[in-house]
Structures are given as C-alpha cells and as structure tokens.
Ligand binder design. Structure first.
Ligand SMILES: *Cc1c(COP(=O)(O)O)cnc(C)c1O
Ligand SMILES: [Zn+2]
Length: 368
C-alpha cells in the first residue's frame, strides 16, 4: 500500500501534510480479493478466539496498511451495534432507519477505530509520544491507546469547551492535558509547536484507515445490502472521508455494487454549538469531504442546536442515547425529509458517533 497526497497525488508521508497542503491518504491499489472469500473470512474471524480478531478493525487486516503484529495496540474496538429503530424512522419520517452506534466503543466514540491503527503505527515507527488537538473524544481515545502502548500522550484542548467526562477520561488514562485559550481551531494551531510527538489527528493517514472499517461493519451487519442514505455528523470531516473511502473500496473489491447517498450534518452555530464534538470552524478534511459529497451524490446540511438536542432527546427516549453531536444525524434526516431532499420510502442508516455519558450537561440544559 502506498501513500499519496489526496490533492496533487504526489507521494506523501502518512504522518504529515503534503507540500501543497493536501492530506496524505493510503491507496488500496489493485488488491485482488475474492469478495465471497472475504465475507467468509470475516465471519470466521468473528467466531474465533484469536485475541486480535476480537477487534472489528483488525479482522479487516488485509485492507489496512501493513503493521507488524507485535506493534498492534487494540482494545477490542470496532464491534459496532446496528440498532433498527421504528421510533427513529417515525421521528424522521422515513420507512426504515437504523442507528450505527459508534459510541459503543472502548472509550465511547468512533475515534477508537482510527486510534488503534494510528497508535499501532506510532509504535511500529518507534515513536515515544503522541499528541493531538481535540474537543475531547480524540484525546480520550489517544490517551487510552497510548497508555496501553506505554507512550506519553499530550492533549491540546480548548479551555472551557470540553465536557468534564471527556477531561476526566483523558486524565484517567494519564494524558498530559494542555488547555488552550480559544476554540478547537486555536488548539490545532498549537500542534505545530509540539515537535517530538507524533500527531494522531485525522491528518494522520492511519486514522482514516481504521475509521473506514465502520463502513465495512455497517455493510456486514446489513448482510452487505447498501442503504439508500447514510447520515453522519461532521466536525473536522475526517469521518465522512473515512466512510467514503471504505465504501469506495468495498465497491472496488466487489463486496457491494452500488453506493449509498451521504447526508453530512454540520452545526449551524459552528464553533459555538453545544454539540461540542462538532464545534469546529475550519475543518481540516474539508476538500476531501467535498469530494465525498460529489462522489456519493451527497447533501450537506447545517442544523441548529434546538433540532440537534430535540433529536438527542428522541434517541434517549428509545433507551439508546448518544452525545449531542451524534444526534445531528437523526435531526438532519428529519430536516432533509421535511424539505423533500430525502424520499419517504428511504432506508437510512444514522451514524451515532459518541456515547450518551460523554456529555450529560447539554441535555439537562435543553430541558431547563
Ligand atoms: C469527532 C466527533 C465527531 C466529528 O467527526 P469528524 O471526523 O471530526 O467530522 C462527531 N461526533 C463525535 C461524538 C465525535 O467524537
Ligand atoms: Zn499535494
């Protein structure tokens, strides 16, 4: 597998931006795998007692960049529930809706899928420390995987904008937390001063490789039937890039033969939204996400906080629950259905990105 710039296609390092400013990306190349054999292998690995295959990410090892087994740091991530929801379908006004709950992960967000690969790559490359800028979930995930690997972890977070649960979690795992005045974007700018530690934000191409496994998990759970739509919240826009990459590859491999449409839901209030995980003004994967929206006949929608928190309450009432940013997917489907952009007979997967315990204040606040 080689790494190239996603903008100018020049050979690139997986760990840093290209000279043109583009993000590095692994290319699957012309891997030839028999799709039926691959489906069977996935089933067999799910049933095996091999510890590495307790991970839904590493069960897809042949589709990931090569990393020596002894460098792999895993917390059995990537076993992602897909919850069918009649109540969610009614709420959004579509025929069929299911939640792909990526918040049901070791540290409570989808960041774990990417972090297991990024920290494993850091170990393989001999790094002693990792660093990220974060609204909380990336840092929590990094802290856990770094601790498992015995690496130092540095988290740059926007002061006063990270939930207590996320701060407590990253400290619990032993990260050094540096609070930066301003927003996520200001914390991100500080990364440049942290030389010596490997950056594990989603500009690190290994993150996207792990996160693309969520698309495979969704397809596998649906018996490889492609939904009409996938809706997901967007912050830094790494997740939509990863989903798009996974889906494109699944089609290239012959696992599926059509692509879903993608609804990308962002916060209308930008850096001031109470959905703190998507409070980002200057998304680093913007160009990649625009390409994904083009390729998947997608729609980008900006949702206000009232609609996000109303959808969160609906998901909570079903006994599922999620953190505020996650609920943007359900709220977005409802809004896009209401304006006719999503058809009433659609079969939709709403991606929930974070666990309900990540942020319990936004909910209480909404009820006050
Ligand atoms: C990181 C995160 C997002 C945003 O994902 P991006 O890849 O930055 O677009 C949304 N929801 C939750 C809970 C997150 O942790
Ligand atoms: Zn480039």
């Amino acid at each position: 597998m080689h790494v190239a710039c996603s903008e100018c296609a020049a050979p690139a390092s997986p760990f840093s931006l290209c000279r043109c400013g583009g993000l590095p990306e692994f290319a699957l190349g012309d891997v030839r795998l028999d799709p039926l054999g691959l489906r069977r292998t996935l089933r067999e690995r799910r049933a095996s007692y091999e510890p590495l295959f307790a991970s839904g990410v590493w069960r897809l090892r042949e589709l990931l960049p090569p990393i020596p087994g002894q460098a792999i740091v895993s917390l059995a991530e990537g076993n992602i529930p897909l919850y069918d929801s009649a109540a969610g379908a009614r709420y959004a006004g579509v025929d069929r809706l299911a939640y792909l709950h990526l918040g049901m992960s070791p540290t409570g967000s989808f960041k774990d899928l990417g972090m297991t690969v990024a920290v494993s790559a850091a170990v393989a490359s001999g790094a002693r420390a990792v660093v990220c800028a974060s609204t909380g979930n990336t840092a929590s995930s990094m802290a856990a995987y770094a601790a498992r690997a015995g690496l130092d972890a540095f988290a740059l977070v926007p002061r006063g904008r990270v939930s207590d649960a996320k701060l407590g979690q990253m400290r619990e795992y032993g990260a050094r937390v540096v609070e930066v005045d301003g927003s996520f974007d200001d914390a991100f700018a500080e990364l440049a001063r942290m030389d010596g530690a490997m950056i594990v934000n989603s500009i690190n191409a290994y993150r996207i490789e792990g996160q693309k496994c969520a698309a495979y998990a969704m397809l596998e759970a649906r018996g490889w039937r492609v939904p009409d739509w996938i809706a997901l919240p967007g912050g830094n826009l790494g997740n939509i890039s990863a989903f798009a990459k996974g889906l494109r590859e699944a089609r290239q491999l012959g696992l599926i033969d059509t692509l879903p449409r993608i609804a990308l839901i962002r916060a209308a209030r930008g850096v001031d939204t109470s959905a703190s995980a998507i409070a980002i003004g200057d998304p680093k994967s913007l160009r990649r996400s625009q390409r994904a929206l083009r390729d998947f006949d997608g729609i980008e929608h900006f949702l206000d906080d009232d609609a996000i928190l109303a959808a969160k309450a609906a998901i909570g009432r079903e006994g599922i629950g999620c953190e505020p940013a996650s609920a943007a997917s359900l709220g977005g489907i409802r809004a896009l259905r209401a304006c006719g952009a999503i058809e009433p007979d659609a079969d939709v997967v709403a991606v929930l990105t974070g666990h309900v315990l990540k942020d319990v204040r936004a909910h209480a606040h909404a009820l006050a």
